[in-house]
Design a protein around this ligand. Structure first.
Ligand code: ASP
Ligand code: MG
Length: 413
């Protein structure tokens, strides 16, 4: 008997028929003797609909009220799912985040979980109940309803698994696992049977949308065994999805590259002709940080005659704001020659812990892109990742070519 936390995403909860299917799947696991805590998302499209309603009445809604509204999607889901389970003859009990209680900070619309009171859950489990807990929501110290950011039910699932010391946290979704890259871009993409937290974190933060990034961070930190599975397969299918786990030191078959992530949501800004002296990077990026704009890749050229160029990337949504800041504030302050920008760029990243012990990955990547005539605009690397910024129109070509060159369609030998 194991204690399992199962999270079901919006598509899995999309209609009464789908909810009935989810209930049957849960009953199947329950019949095997497992203790189950289930965390559903809102029915697909529901959170968007709720936020849309709020914005119809106020284009810039206050986060506190927005959370009151957005959290109702999951409240409906837990009630419906508990009813569906009871109809199958199971004992089931639904809880909102505040009934549990899932205590968060007060950062409305993007709150962080601080603690989870597991007393109710443990008592119900001991009584043979399936416990159904609303994802995405919590309550702050002042009794305000909070939500955890879009996709936050993943984090609720992982956090509950951590609090209970569950044997596994299973994320049921509409894909059957984590792939070497997006199969819509590369049809030969292969499903990974396992991947490390660190790799998954890089893939998720580089634009692979299977899991909310915070849930991966949480799982890594609290050592929660995390598995991504499809809720559309047969209950007794032997498909084990993708297990996200620790690095095994004796795993000789670890591939060098695990996957390729890409991200179209980037934009590049360059401040040209700035003096190369202490304080310049701060003078340029200080105002950007003050405006709460996140910066990703940064490069500064070596100077020529004491003059250099400085480039960085931001999320495409922040492009106009950043460009205006650079022109109005930064340019006069650092006495720059000019400011240019490009919001039609994309980032492509190779990810793999095998890179730590293998030289030459970057060179092979650049060779591949050279052969395809793809110009690399920026490069950034970490221990387990090499990223390039390219023109958006070459992104898919780059991903396909790299997938082939690194033979990601083949099982590692
Ligand atoms: N319902 C929320 C959203 O759509 C949370 C989730 O689905 O994980 O973002
Ligand atoms: Mg999701």
């Amino acid at each position: 008997m194991a204690l399992i936390v199962q999270k079901y995403g919006g598509t899995s909860m999309g209609s009464p028929e789908r909810i009935r299917e989810v209930a049957k799947r849960i009953a199947h696991y329950h019949a095997q003797g497992h203790q189950l805590v289930v965390v559903p998302s809102a029915m697909s499209g529901e959170t968007n609909r709720l936020i849309g309603l709020a914005k119809e009445l106020n284009p810039d809604p206050h986060g506190r009220e927005l959370d009151v509204i957005a959290a109702t999607g999951e409240q409906v889901s837990v009630g419906l799912l508990a009813l569906a389970l009871q109809t199958l003859g199971l004992k089931a009990k639904s809880y909102t985040g505040w009934q549990v209680k899932i205590l968060t900070d007060s950062a409305f619309t993007k709150a962080r979980i601080l603690s989870i009171d597991d007393a109710n859950i443990r008592r119900d489990l001991a009584e043979g109940c399936v416990v159904v807990v609303a994802g995405f929501q919590g309550i702050d110290a002042n009794g305000n309803i909070t939500t955890l950011g879009r996709g936050g039910s993943d984090t609720t699932g992982v956090a509950i698994a951590a609090a209970l010391g569950a044997d596994e946290c299973q994320i049921f979704t509409d894909v059957d696992g984590v792939y070497t890259t997006d199969p819509r871009v590369v049809p030969e993409a292969r499903k990974l049977t396992s991947i490390t937290f660190e790799e998954m974190f890089e893939l998720a933060s580089q634009g692979s949308k299977v899991l909310q990034i915070r849930s991966v961070e949480f799982a890594g930190k609290y050592k929660v065994k995390l598995r991504v599975l499809s809720s559309f397969t047969n209950f007794d299918s032997d498909d084990t999805g993708t297990l996200i786990t620790y690095e095994e030191e004796d795993n000789m078959e670890q591939p060098i590259i695990s996957g390729i992530a890409f991200n179209r949501d980037e934009a590049k800004l360059t401040v040209t002709g700035v003096p190369d002296r202490p304080g310049i990077a701060f003078a340029i990026l200080g105002p950007i940080a003050e405006a709460n704009i996140d910066v990703d890749v940064i490069i500064q050229n070596t100077s020529f005659d004491g003059i250099t160029d400085f480039s960085f990337t931001v999320h495409r949504n922040d492009y106009n704001k950043a460009l205006a800041l650079l022109n109005e504030k930064v340019k006069p302050a650092v006495n720059a020659k000019g400011v240019t920008g490009d919001n039609k760029i994309a980032k492509v990243s190779l990810v793999g812990i095998g890179m730590r012990s293998h030289a030459g990955v970057a060179a092979k990547m650049f060779e591949c892109l050279a052969k395809e005539n793809v110009n690399i605009q920026m490069i950034s690397t970490s221990e387990i990742k090499t990223s390039v910024v390219v023109d958006e129109k070459y992104m898919e070509l780059a991903v396909r070519a790299l997938h082939q060159v690194f033979e990601l369609d083949k099982l590692p030998s």
